[in-house]
Design a protein around this ligand. Structure first.
Ligand code: SF4
Ligand code: MG
Length: 318
């Protein structure tokens, strides 16, 4: 689970002129064991920073990540935490060492963590096999000798080599052709079932997220604006930003498309986010309180939260 995660990046300047990018601003959520949580939002909304905070590749300015209730970095040593919580990135080429064969790439991590080299290589062979790559054929190859889909299978095998419980997947299938993407998604679904894995699946592709997730979290300018069960989020979104993202989905049935106008323009600069509700500059339903007050998280249904004033129950007239 994530608790009030905050990550600001310095964007230059000193003293009162210091510019700060509020990449992730007070983000909290829980992921249950064995669940897949999808994370969506436009680029720059803080998805990737959240992923790096969750895996402790980045340290938060404040807030904490808990693994089975224990704080990563203090109550669980980071070395242990990183074995349990693995990450797979979009760029499968950059995440592999060009001078390491695929077998060595998968065996490397466990060897660093103290496993006997012969044992690690044996396990690496079995993992390559499991992700659909014949170890005799692909084990001796280098990253440039295999396709993007195959490299991503190697990256999944490499994450599995630590026998993790949680895998954070940041746009892990986004660079692949549609047919290869479907194969890798099927592999991920099988592995999850086999090993009881928990996924945090980050993607800009709402079709893919709907297919794979139990719950979905929507982010905008570093904040969580809506989170809930997948069906509910897609059928009855309660935040206009979610509605707008869905309206822009290519394959949605045409009847639903008119519900919300698709998004206009780019998100505002996260260095100086809009006051109140950060979405008010682009929201078709913005009204008086929106630029003045941040709506905060409002429970709108079973395990469904949306941060929008439209969900505030008006006070009963006296
Ligand atoms: Fe739109 Fe206001 Fe809701 Fe923000 S709080 S999403 S501006 S209606
Ligand atoms: Mg990203």
């Amino acid at each position: 689970s994530a608790h009030n995660l905050v990550k600001h990046f310095n964007a230059g300047g000193w003293g009162p002129n210091r510019k700060v990018v509020r990449a992730v601003d007070d983000v909290s959520f829980e992921v249950a064991e064995g669940e897949t949580l999808g994370v969506v939002g436009e680029s720059g909304c803080g998805k990737s920073t959240t992923a790096r905070l969750l895996t402790h590749l980045l340290a938060p300015n404040s807030g904490e990540v808990r693994y089975r209730g224990r704080v990563a970095g203090t109550e669980v040593p980071l070395k242990t935490f990183r074995r349990h919580v693995q990450m797979v990135f979009q760029d499968s080429y950059a995440s592999l060492n060009p001078r390491m064969t695929m077998l060595d790439a998968v065996a490397f991590g466990p060897t660093v963590h103290g496993m006997d080299r012969a044992e690690a290589r044996k396990r690496a062979g079995a993992l390559l096999e499991r992700v659909g790559l014949d170890p005799a054929r692909f084990g001796p190859r280098y990253p440039h000798e295999i396709s993007g889909g195959q490299r991503q299978r190697v990256n999944i095998a490499r994450a599995l080599a630590f026998d993790p419980d949680v895998i954070v997947l940041d746009e892990a299938v986004s660079a692949l052709d549609k047919s290869v993407e479907a194969q890798v998604l099927n592999l991920l679904t099988e592995l999850r079932r086999e090993r009881g894995l928990t996924y945090i699946f980050i993607s800009h592709d709402l079709n893919v997220v709907r297919h794979i997730s139990d719950r979905v979290m929507v982010m905008y300018l570093g904040e969580v604006v809506e989170i809930g069960p997948t069906r509910t989020i897609y059928d009855q979104p309660r935040h206009p930003y979610t509605g707008a993202l869905l309206a822009a989905m290519p394959s949605l049935d045409p009847d639903r498309r008119t519900l919300e106008a698709p998004l206009q323009g780019d998100p505002p600069n996260p260095i100086d986010p809009p006051s109140g509700c950060r979405f008010h500059t682009r929201c078709a339903q913005a009204h008086a309180p929106c630029p003045l007050h941040a709506p905060g998280s409002i429970a709108v249904g079973q395990r469904h939260i949306a941060a929008c004033h439209l969900n505030t129950v008006p006070e009963a007239a006296p």
